[in-house]
Design a protein around this ligand. Structure first.
Ligand code: TYD
Length: 203
């Protein structure tokens, strides 16, 4: 079972990743927890290049290729071997981040799939929890729109596209993607997630 967790920063992903870990530990189900971009030595080095604030001139295709390169290493070195050993893999972000950020927000569209096909090599998540949180709520703004500077507005427009990208992905892959309403309480979200895990893992 391959589980990925998606959604914006500040939506409560890490709290629920801990709950998923607890669910598996309580049932003695072996698992690994990993993340993207990263998860291997080489992938972490690629992560540093991608997230380096000095690399402002990075072309969007370069960015998509680097995420895919990091993923190729991660899938072959960590994810596939763990699945073959019968472990559950929990991955904090996976290919849907590329679809949402590079595909929708950067506007690369289907190119994202083209550069990721070889990277995932047939290894797609069985279940993906997408945390939906309206970006305006996410940033917890008290300021009125008029007071925001150009960069803040640009950032907001980008996050809105990411958010809408995820909503679109949920429609496109309804069997795989489980939408999570991140505005609910931590306890209620945990219940929603546990129901899905019980159904899909314990059956
Ligand atoms: P990170 O600090 O791990 O963010 P978070 O805590 O929100 O998970 O940084 C990862 C950033 O990279 C995040 O903004 C999402 C972005 N990203 C992509 O744009 N494409 C991808 O394929 C992946 C995996 C991440």
């Amino acid at each position: 079972m391959f589980i990925s967790i998606e959604g914006p920063d500040g939506a409560g992903k890490s709290t629920q990743i801990n709950n998923i870990k607890k669910f598996l530990e309580d049932r003695n189900i072996p698992y690994i927890l990993t993340r993207e971009p990263g998860g291997t030595k080489i992938s972490e080095k690629i992560r540093d290049i991608i997230l380096d604030k000095e690399n402002v001139e990075m072309n969007y295709v370069t960015e998509a290729l680097l995420y895919a390169a990091s993923r190729a290493q991660h899938v072959s070195q960590v994810i596939k071997p763990a699945l073959e050993e019968g472990k559950v893999v929990i991955c904090d972000r996976f290919i849907d981040s590329s679809f949402a950020y590079q595909g929708y927000a950067r506007g690369l569209g289907d190119t994202v799939w083209d550069v990721n096909r070889a990277a995932v090599d047939g290894c797609m998540p069985d279940v993906t929890f997408v945390f939906n949180l309206n970006p305006e709520v996410g940033l917890g703004r008290v300021k009125t729109r008029g007071e925001e500077d150009r960069l803040e507005l640009e950032k907001m427009a980008f996050h809105r596209k990411v958010y809408e990208g995820y909503l679109d992905l949920e429609k496109k892959y309804p069997d795989r993607i489980v939408p999570i309403d991140a505005s609910k309480s931590i306890e209620d979200i945990k219940k929603d997630i546990y129901l899905v895990l019980e159904e899909r893992i314990c059956r």
